[in-house]
Design a protein around this ligand. Structure first.
Ligand SMILES: NC(=O)c1ccc[n+]([C@@H]2O[C@H](COP(=O)([O-])OP(=O)(O)OC[C@H]3O[C@@H](n4cnc5c(N)ncnc54)[C@H](OP(=O)(O)O)[C@@H]3O)[C@@H](O)[C@H]2O)c1
Length: 310
């Protein structure tokens, strides 16, 4: 149907098309053919948040690791706006985590903050147990904690650096997910589904920039972990997906590890012509957490402005 040109094909039933002049955009016929064009502006609000997710996530209980700053903070905020009650884990960002509780209150939602080092198994067990106690269960887990730690070449990265990078970027997701599985399965049984979202990286796809070999290896393993866990937890009603963000600016990650010149050089290779924002990632996290028909699992959603080639 050629609704944009406004010209009807012979025999087509569309009153709007019949009245269109040649070459003119006929909005009436376009809308008849594509009704979502009418509804779309009404369901998007200024920050790009889609209230349709609210119906899926309203009253759901979510845990976000490292959820008080950077990408994690944006995810926490979007989950709150979608109607979730949340527990925000943090390592050092205590003030930011407390501020989030005030934001939640204004939205009529509940939010608690829990500190902990996710490279320690007991800490992970304790955080999940306390989160479940506060929330009364768990429907959504976002494994966001992770860091490059430092830029080190292959030869510079000794055993202890390698182990630390793996433990934070892969091990933390494994430990927290393991502690959360029984609770997510219970929620899935009661409510028809539960969801894990893992924060991987474009580096896990492509190998990353110089000095990120250990990090890229951990993030690549996190993608495999995501697919394997999706297979194992699918029968329990738990979907497991990953996000693979590219360059996300305004984060301490890049403020610490990437020079402005290196960021400019990276942006020059991004087809969409800009770096990403934490909100770009948070919207995708909420989509995967809410996903309408519950059929997306084991997937990786790339958020990178069009950088592929592998
Ligand atoms: N920024 C990007 O461009 C980008 C691109 C791709 C993927 N990612 C991934 O997205 C996620 C968030 O990125 P980001 O840029 O927002 O990260 P970030 O600013 O570097 O923050 C890392 C977070 O990890 C937490 N953390 C560090 N060590 C920890 C430990 N031992 N135990 C528990 N938590 C610990 C810190 O919490 P506190 O602040 O509370 O100390 C911090 O919030 C990470 O997994 C990152 O690898 C980021």
């Amino acid at each position: 149907m050629r609704s944009i040109s406004g010209r009807a094909r012979k025999g087509q039933v569309n009153s709007g098309l019949r009245h269109a002049r040649k070459g003119q955009v006929n909005f009436e016929s376009t809308i008849l053919a594509q009704p979502w064009l009418v509804f779309r502006p009404k369901i998007m609000v200024s920050n790009g948040f889609n209230p349709l997710f609210m119906s899926k996530l309203l009253g759901k209980r979510a845990l976000v690791t490292a959820g008080a700053q950077g990408i994690g903070l944006a995810i926490s905020r979007h989950l709150l706006q979608a109607g979730c009650d949340i527990v925000v884990h943090y390592r050092h960002s205590a003030g930011a985590a407390r501020a989030l509780a005030d934001e939640a209150k204004k939205l009529g939602r509940r939010c608690a903050a829990l500190p902990g080092d996710l490279t320690e198994s007991e800490e992970c067990d304790r955080i999940v147990a306390r989160a479940v106690e506060y929330l009364g269960g768990l429907d959504v887990l976002v494994n966001n904690a992770g860091s490059l730690i430092a830029r080190k070449s292959f030869l510079e990265a000794d055993d202890s650096f390698w182990a630390e990078t793996m433990s934070l970027n892969l091990g933390s997701a494994r430990r927290i997910s393991r502690a959360a599985t029984a609770h997510l399965a219970a929620a899935a049984k009661a409510n028809g589904g539960a969801s894990i979202v893992n924060l991987s990286s474009l580096a896990g796809r492509k190998g990353g920039h110089p000095g990120s070999l250990a990090y890229a290896t951990a993030k690549g393993a996190l993608l495999t972990f995501t697919r394997a866990l999706a297979t194992e937890l699918g029968p329990h009603g738990i979907r497991v997906n990953a996000l693979a963000p590219g360059l996300i600016l305004g984060t301490s990650f890049h403020n610490t590890h990437t020079s402005p010149e290196a960021a400019r050089a990276t942006i020059a290779g991004i087809p969409i012509g800009r770096g990403g924002t934490a909100d770009d990632v948070a919207r995708a996290a909420v989509f995967l957490a809410a996903e309408f028909d519950g059929f997306i699992t084991g997937a990786t959603l790339d958020i990178n402005g069009g950088v592929y080639g592998c």
